[in-house]
Design a binder for this molecule. Structure first.
Ligand SMILES: *[C@@H]1O[C@H](CO)[C@@H](O)[C@H](O)[C@H]1NC(C)=O
Ligand SMILES: *[C@@H]1O[C@H](CO)[C@@H](O)[C@H](O)[C@H]1NC(C)=O
Length: 283
């Protein structure tokens, strides 16, 4: 600080001298004007130093803060989205828990979908300019779009092996399977194009083929999924929970924690289930 102050002073003195000499020669009675000019110069130097600090601090913040996507729309989880360099497991010889059709991979998919539903607040809805379904335990039901996309991929996965997953679809699901899967594939297509991951893949020659092989390895800009799950965990909603969801006409949405199969029929009217007293928020 001190050092900078002295430097600025030194600068001023030199220029001050210059002004005085020129003023003296041209107009000897002009010293109040030259002191005004001096004040102006001091102000200018302060502004320049402040601007310099601003530029340095902005550059430093840009370099240290986690990268984010452009802020074009309001997204309640914006602060939880942090981008990092991620290597995706895209080699065929690099299996992961979600691959294959085994009990273990089914379990991996099941766990992945556990954060599908989250609680929106009044403020969230106001800023979104939207409404949603009220939850028994307070707030409103929300689902991040990424979970609709994952749900869609799960449906495509199930439909690729009806021997294994056929009985997991309801009657109505079976009748609409083709339409549903078609819708789901299109959701995934739009989502992939929306993100437009342009990190380039490269190619190489092998002696076993005339055409180049693709090198799938590439660095990608991906969200830190752990942070996404942490954010959702704090707002987690169990839609199957007692008293959480009631249709205003048909009553409990998931009576006794289950989805009723009422394919094609207008639902029966069931009692409205209140939230158990023990789970009410203490205000
Ligand atoms: C909010 O939504 C309503 C109804 O969809 C619309 O008429 C209104 O223009 C929206 N307001 C803003 C600020 O976007
Ligand atoms: C489909 O499911 C059956 C039954 O679980 C299994 O034996 C078969 O390997 C699966 N097919 C594929 C392509 O994974």
């Amino acid at each position: 600080m001190d050092c900078k102050g002295h430097e600025a002073e030194g600068l001023l003195k030199d220029e001050d001298l210059e002004i005085n000499t020129s003023d003296d020669s041209e107009c000897p009675n002009c010293s109040p004007r030259s002191s005004k000019r001096l004040t102006l110069r001091i102000i200018m130097i302060h502004i320049s130093v402040a601007a310099l600090y601003l530029i340095v601090i902005t550059a430093w913040l840009k370099a240290t803060l986690p990268a984010r996507l452009p802020n074009l729309i309001y997204v309640p989880a914006r602060d939880a989205l942090q981008y990092q360099v991620t290597e995706m497991y895209t080699r065929e010889d690099n299996p992961n828990p979600f691959m294959g059709m085994t009990d273990a991979s089914d379990e991996a998919w099941h766990s992945l979908m556990e954060h599908t539903n989250f609680r929106l607040t009044d403020e969230n809805l106001q800023r979104l300019n939207r409404t949603s379904v009220a939850l028994g335990s307070g707030g409103y039901l929300g689902m991040p779009t990424v979970f609709h996309e994952l749900h869609c991929l799960k449906m495509i996965r199930w439909s690729s092996n009806l021997t294994r997953y056929g009985h997991w679809f309801g009657v109505r699901d079976h009748e609409e399977l083709q339409t549903h899967v078609d819708h789901c594939m299109d959701v995934v297509r739009q989502s992939i194009m929306c993100r437009a991951d342009m990190s380039p893949m490269t190619f190489y020659w092998t002696l076993k083929s005339r055409v180049p092989e693709t090198d799938f390895a590439a660095d990608h800009e991906c969200v830190d999924w752990t942070k996404v799950e942490q954010w959702l965990e704090e707002r987690r909603v169990d839609i199957y929970g007692e008293g959480e969801l009631n249709h205003p006409v048909y009553g409990a949405s998931y009576p006794n924690g289950h989805r009723l199969i009422e394919d094609w029929d207008v639902p029966k009217k069931l009692p409205f289930v209140p939230l158990p007293t023990s789970q009410r928020l203490k205000v």
